[in-house]
Design a protein around this ligand. Structure first.
Ligand SMILES: Cc1cc2nc3c(=O)[nH]c(=O)nc-3n(C[C@H](O)[C@H](O)[C@H](O)COP(=O)(O)OP(=O)(O)OC[C@H]3O[C@@H](n4cnc5c(N)ncnc54)[C@H](O)[C@@H]3O)c2cc1C
Length: 491
């Protein structure tokens, strides 16, 4: 079935949607649509009959009401930087893609109230800048922040490098405006920090990946603008030392550690080899590196002194092997660029199995040791590229094929072989009461895994909520939850 014929079945609805948004707000051009039907990783490709880009919550509401009447599926899409296929339509061409990028107004900033009210299509960077103009700080920071939108970040409950101190997207949200699957608008944009009046309905849309409604606006928390950052890269021989150092620094600085990122030597090596502009940051090679950053108000000198003293004492005790402190903003930016380019550094390295998992922070060293053992028992030749936000227990545990420059690795083309490797990582995670998706969500990538790891009580409750809000299943179908056989729409 072609996209055109799916579209023809809804000619009247299409015309109605076009009227709602006006001529700037839609496209059926396959050349335009192609960018919206493939995901960031290029692993998920779908089709769609229509891209619609509303400008207001009222327009979103009117579009959704038309779709609900006609049973047309809707795939909400923000910056399309998600890594699990959540914003990609399926291959039938039946769904419309609803892009939020034209809804990018900052509605209000309150420096005194420490809040910012934004439309869902604002990028994280735009929100950071708007906060900065008011001498306030919006801490949600991820590698894709120039493109990722707040609607997408809330829908995936994005984390990033500052969760340790400020929390993830959910923790930064005070209120939401959401268009429900029947077109009604639910608004909780009061920005209250205290409101104990029954069920906290807004929470259900955070992390729902667009399956329960479309976020059109949000009130977010702001913080005092840090006056500076003290940043260090530390060389270590094992992960336990990294956890110990983090714990000491949190105590010594009065919990001023805002980011703490672990990297294995293999991870750093790939950045040095594949991303231009970097040199090895330390003379000696170390098994592990920790990028740690503290931030504070006007007492920068005190903070630096504490960091220097703690690192010097740790060196003396033999608890760390080396440390470099950023002397200026350029050096700090270079260290962070190193961290943020880990994602792209694996591209020329062949097959890469990416596992975004979380365990209790105290279990991180044990998890890394056990998962490494289990993976190497199956694939001794696999290269382990391990990094992540250790303060949150969120580890990106990547397993790469042997260096493609040194010959082919046929086994890695065998899906059964790679599935066994991934199963070893996930089984280890679950055996430690961990999570199979720490920050990227479920999307299409982990729908089947979710069925296996959630209890029957949890799955039944999730389905009840979905069916209550979206009885026709039009909101981002096929993501997060597999419909029960009795609920599958007949084709
Ligand atoms: C280089 C890079 C680094 C990253 N680093 C991190 C990181 O450190 N931490 C982290 O957590 N994630 C990270 N991510 C992934 C992260 O989830 C996304 O970047 C971001 O949260 C998604 O925002 P988006 O606007 O691109 O959403 P999209 O990709 O467009 O959508 C993601 C999901 O949300 C839904 N959605 C989007 N907008 C709305 C809306 N307004 N209402 C309802 N549903 C909506 C979509 O249907 C989809 O299911 C990274 C991604 C990249 C490419």
């Amino acid at each position: 079935m072609t996209d055109r014929s799916r579209l023809d079945g809804h000619t009247q609805e299409l015309a109605e949607i076009q009227r709602i948004v006006g001529e700037k707000g839609w496209s059926t051009d396959p050349g335009v649509l192609s960018a919206y039907t493939v995901d960031e990783t290029k692993s998920y490709r779908g089709r769609s009959c229509l891209l619609v880009m509303p400008k207001t919550a009222e327009e979103v509401s009117a579009i959704v009401a038309v779709c609900a009447r006609a049973g047309v599926p809707i795939v909400p899409q923000g910056g399309n930087t998600g890594l699990v296929g959540g914003g990609t339509p399926d291959g039938t061409g039946a769904a419309i893609v609803l892009g939020l990028s034209r809804m990018n107004a900052i509605r209000a900033v309150s420096a005194q109230g420490n809040t910012i009210t934004v439309e869902a299509g604002c990028t994280l960077l735009e929100i950071q800048k708007a906060a900065e103009e008011a001498d306030r700080y919006f801490p949600l920071s991820i590698g894709s922040e120039g493109t990722a939108q707040i609607g997408g970040a809330l829908s995936t409950n994005a984390g990033g490098v500052q969760v340790l101190r400020y929390g993830n997207a959910r923790d930064l949200m005070l209120g939401l405006e959401v268009v429900l699957p029947n077109g009604e608008i639910l608004s909780t944009l009061k920005g209250l920090r205290k409101d104990n009046t029954g069920y906290d309905l807004k929470q259900i849309f955070v992390g729902a990946e667009g399956t329960l409604g479309i976020i059109t606006g949000a009130v977010l928390k702001l913080f005092p603008q840090p006056r500076g950052f003290q940043t260090a890269l530390v060389g270590l021989s094992n992960v336990g030392e990294a956890m110990e150092l983090l714990s000491r620094l949190r105590t010594a600085t009065g919990d001023a550690v805002s980011a703490c990122e672990l990297m294995s030597r293999t991870t750093l090596q790939l950045v040095l080899r594949n991303v231009p502009g970097f040199s090895d940051p330390m003379e000696d090679v170390h098994e592990w590196y920790l990028l740690v950053e503290c931030s504070a108000g006007d007492n920068q000198d005190i903070l630096r002194e504490i960091l220097e003293t703690e690192l010097a004492e740790a060196l003396e005790r033999g608890a760390i092997l080396d440390a470099v402190l950023a002397e200026n903003e350029v050096q700090r930016a270079t260290l962070w660029r190193m961290r943020h380019t880990i994602g792209e550094s694996r591209k020329p390295e062949g097959v890469c199995l990416d596992h975004d998992i979380a365990v209790s922070p105290a279990d991180v060293p044990d998890f890394i040791a056990r998962a490494s053992r289990e993976v190497h028992a199956i694939a001794p030749e696999g290269r382990l590229c391990i990094y992540g936000h250790i303060g949150d227990g969120n580890i990106h545990f990547r397993v790469l094929q042997p260096d493609p420059r040194e010959g082919s690795a046929h086994a890695w083309d065998d899906p059964d072989y790679t599935a066994r490797i991934s199963a070893a990582v996930y089984d280890t995670t679950l055996s430690m009461d961990g999570s199979i998706s720490a920050e990227h969500g479920i999307g299409q990538a982990k729908v089947e895994k979710l069925e296996k790891v959630k209890s029957s009580v949890e799955l039944a409750l999730m389905r009840k909520i979905k069916n209550t809000l979206d009885p026709q299943g039009i909101m981002n179908p096929g993501k997060v939850l597999v419909p029960c056989p009795s609920e599958r729409p007949s084709d």
